[in-house]
Design a protein around this ligand. Structure first.
Ligand SMILES: Cc1ncc(COP(=O)(O)O)c(C=O)c1O
Length: 347
């Protein structure tokens, strides 16, 4: 359990379950770098099959998946089109500039889902003055916009536009399985238009570490090279890969429970005086809400909640808060968070 009994700050706060720990303890292992770790190989094969791609590669983090995707697809001076609040824009230390010497061009949205018209308007003409538009990235679900889902139609419309202009497509699927479970669209259908795609194991799937990137055999051969280059190649990594194999077998369908709990939290928040929330915007496990009309400052609320064992997180520079449900949040936890917030606001 987290140091905060009700830790809604992120779905990265899960701890491995007893069964997951058992799977890890019993994992068959070998030298991953020699492709001899059976558990790593099993995980990679599972993700290749899940995403409908030729091959997959286990990496230490989702950030490295994005960095490797950018590095393989882009050349120095290229431009990557992304929504303005996606992970690489804010939380990857300027990675695209550092590792790929590519720049980001951002599209504004309310929901994280941009349109083919927005994409079309951002594509640069072929002129030596301009950077070369190379890659389009989609984040599904979209974290900072509140776990919003890209529908398959929205993905396809953007993919068609990208294809028309010869652009490559990369999917940040840190929470793709939340989108899959909530929408009923298969991971393979979602991933089909993408040249590279990845899922995170250390978020809703509840693993302690890891992410898996997938693509063509040629793409994954190149990804192996970058994995070594970035210092991400491991040895008996089967110990952690086994957690991923276990999660894909046991923790996917249960994501629906996290979505139900997020919805319950949102409905409870909507009842609290001074809280502004769009309950219908809660599509998966992330809840965004505004406390500005409660008359209590955001940081005061967050600090006082910690005294009740409840942790939310601030949503960047806005006045909003963010709560994320996950494996270690029970229905009681949701109730406890709501009543702690009421107590804190009444103080
Ligand atoms: C949408 C998104 N992409 C990428 C990442 C990076 O994943 P990791 O923490 O595994 O590096 C995160 C992590 O929060 C995320 O939310």
């Amino acid at each position: 359990m987290s140091v905060f009994p009700v830790d809604l700050s992120s779905d990265t706060q899960t701890r491995p379950t007893a069964d997951m720990r058992k799977a890890m303890a019993n994992a068959e292992v070998g030298d991953e770098q020699k492709r001899e770790d059976p558990s790593v190989n099993r995980l990679q094969d599972s993700v290749a099959e899940l995403t409908g791609k030729q091959a997959a590669l286990f990496l230490p983090s989702g950030t490295m998946c994005n960095m490797i995707g950018h590095a393989i697809h882009c050349r120095p001076g290229d431009e990557i089109i992304v929504e303005e609040s996606t992970h690489p824009v804010h939380f990857e230390g300027g990675g695209p500039a550092v590792h790929s010497r590519a720049q980001l061009r951002t599209l504004s949205t309310q929901t994280g889902v941009f349109t083919p018209e927005q994409l079309e308007a951002a594509i640069r003409p072929n002129d030596p003055h301009f950077p070369n538009t190379r890659l389009v990235c989609v984040e599904n679900t979209h974290n900072i916009r509140g776990g919003r889902i890209w529908s398959l139609e929205a993905v396809q419309a953007v993919a068609d536009c990208a294809g028309k202009h010869g652009l490559l497509l990369h999917l940040d699927g840190a929470r793709l399985m939340n989108a899959v479970v909530a929408s009923g669209t298969s991971a393979a259908d979602y991933c089909r238009p993408f040249d590279s795609c990845w899922i995170d194991l250390s978020k809703g799937l509840g693993c302690p570490v890891g992410a898996v990137i997938a693509g063509s055999k040629e793409f994954i051969d190149q990804a192996w090279r970058y994995k070594h280059l970035f210092g991400g190649a491991m040895r008996q990594a089967g110990i952690i890969a086994a957690a991923g194999v276990h999660a894909l077998q046991h923790h996917v369908d249960r994501l629906a429970e996290d979505h139900v709990k997020a919805r319950a939290l949102a409905m409870g928040l909507a009842e609290i005086k001074g809280i502004t929330i769009d309950v219908n915007a809660v599509e998966t496990n992330i809840v965004l809400f505004d406390t500005v009309d409660t008359g209590v400052g955001r940081s005061t609320i967050l600090t006082r909640l910690l005294e009740h064992g409840v942790r939310f997180s601030p949503l960047m520079e806005s006045t909003r808060l963010r709560a994320v449900t996950h494996l270690d949040i029970s229905h009681d936890g949701v109730e406890r968070a709501l009543s702690a917030l009421q107590t804190v606001l009444a103080q």
